[in-house]
Design a protein around this ligand. Structure first.
Ligand code: CDP
Length: 232
């Protein structure tokens, strides 16, 4: 990674955590666009590793087998500009881009056990922190405020009722056991999904995205976020 738009200043990290289908991605992408920050989806890193584990026919409930396979992978985390002009994170495994397969029903059903392996988390958390060395970022996930960037003052926990989240995922047309994933993500030993003590809770059940974005943006300004890149 070699991007450095503001070489003389420390980069800022915004943490957006929350359960499956809570609206984190949509909100994070829109905020990144408005603030000129880079959007990083940490879930895609866990999904990409899960995709590789499944391709190799490894039993995802066997933590030792998962780790011995994952530690030998070449995992490239980088940045790219998409067709909409957004700068976003990308992940390739052994040179391959998993593409749409990141959201396959098989990956949905197996990502939580893979993400619960402590050594896998350690490896990917280090990659996630690397992004904060090269740009202002907004990162979404499960443990961004609690573990990845515990010192950032910019932490949000975005949630919605289970019914609303189920309905959103159905509308996207994906088969996704979100209740089971939430349970596993919240009860695992290694960095479970928790609300960081200093996170602002945002319930998106009945709020349109545009209002959620406005609310978070105004909280960010109150907390002293600098909209300086690139570089105003
Ligand atoms: O899009 P959605 O919120 O449903 O999921 P995601 O953010 O793509 O995350 C997929 C899975 O990766 C989660 O269910 C977690 O098991 C894991 N994950 C994690 O453990 N820690 C993160 N920081 C991000 C994702």
């Amino acid at each position: 990674m070699s991007e450095n738009p503001c070489p003389s200043s420390a980069f800022q990290a915004i943490a957006i955590d929350g359960p499956a289908a809570s609206g984190k991605s949509t909100v994070s992408r829109e905020l990144a666009r408005k603030l000129g920050f880079i959007y990083v989806n940490s879930g895609e890193m866990y999904r990409a590793v899960t995709w590789a584990v499944l391709k190799a026919n490894i039993d995802t409930s066997d933590a030792d087998a998962v780790w011995s396979f994952v530690q030998a992978l070449t995992i490239d985390c980088a940045l790219t500009q998409n067709a909409a002009g957004e700068r976003i994170s990308t992940v390739r495994i052994n040179g391959e881009d998993p593409g749409e397969e990141l959201r396959s029903p098989e990956v949905n059903a197996n990502v939580s056990p893979v993400a619960s392996v402590p050594a896998v988390r350690e490896l990917l958390v280090a990659r996630q922190r690397d992004y904060s060395q090269i740009a202002d970022i907004i990162m979404e996930g499960r443990d961004i405020g609690s573990v990845v960037f515990p010192d950032t003052p910019f932490k949000f926990f975005v949630t919605a009722s289970e019914q609303v989240r189920e309905a959103r995922r159905r509308a996207e047309g994906h088969s996704d056991p979100i209740a089971a994933r939430d349970k596993q993500d919240s009860t695992r030993k290694a960095s479970p999904l928790v609300v960081a003590d200093d996170a602002v809770m945002v319930d998106t059940s009945t709020m349109p995205i545009v209002e959620v974005v406005q609310l978070i943006e105004s909280q960010l300004m109150e907390k002293g976020l600098k909209k300086r890149c690139g570089c105003d």
